[in-house]
Design a protein around this ligand. Structure first.
Ligand code: HEM
Length: 160
């Protein structure tokens, strides 16, 4: 195995995506679970749901943070490791990743701030809406990145 200029960037991406995917796989489900817990708390008023929510929110916060830092590295790797691919396919992949930033990351990150700081500042129903927005954000994130991946697997609908 020789450390060629093709092998090294592949190795780096293999490492970072293997690391990144751990956290979204977890947070996509966990955000939905948080929404269920908050919904149950709103509907029943039972304190056990609040305790469960607070417990899982801390774990979500850590996993979300690690997902963000590992994801940002990957975004840069498009330019540093695959600059020719980016130059050729940027007009297609660029907008897809931009939709991800605007519809998923912005939604998720903004409402995540509300989850952390807004419990005592918002009406319970608005807090619940914020949890649902975070859950939607994680799902949209996965949606757009899968759309991008689908195009890379079957690149059609463009003219060079
Ligand atoms: C080349 C591939 C990828 C790139 C460039 C990338 C990029 C990023 C970036 C920059 C972030 C941080 C966003 C922020 O500031 O909030 C992030 C987070 C995230 N990514 Fe990725 N990502 C990739 C692959 C994936 C895959 C395959 C999935 C899931 C199917 C995924 C799902 C998520 C989710 C749910 C988050 C939110 C953070 C979290 O919940 O842990 N990403 N990604």
């Amino acid at each position: 195995m020789s450390l060629t200029p093709l092998f090294l960037p592949r190795l780096q991406v293999a490492f970072t995506i293997s690391y990144h995917i751990i956290f979204p796989s977890f947070t996509i489900g966990l955000a939905a679970w948080l929404a269920v817990l908050e919904g149950l708390r709103l509907a029943t008023g039972l304190p056990v749901y609040r305790r469960l929510f607070d417990f899982w929110l801390k774990i979500f916060a850590i996993a979300f943070g690690l997902g963000v830092v590992s994801g940002i590295v990957m975004a840069f790797e498009f330019g540093t490791n695959w600059s020719q691919l980016s130059a050729a396919s940027g007009p297609i992949q660029g907008p897809l990743l931009a939709y991800e930033s605007f519809t998923a990351f912005a939604l998720e990150a903004s409402f995540f701030g509300v989850l952390i700081f807004g419990r005592l500042r918002l009406l319970p129903v608005l807090y619940f809406v914020s949890v649902v927005m975070v859950a939607l954000g994680t799902t949209f994130s996965a949606f757009w990145i899968m759309v991008n991946n689908s195009w890379m697997q079957a690149p059609t609908g463009y003219i060079v």
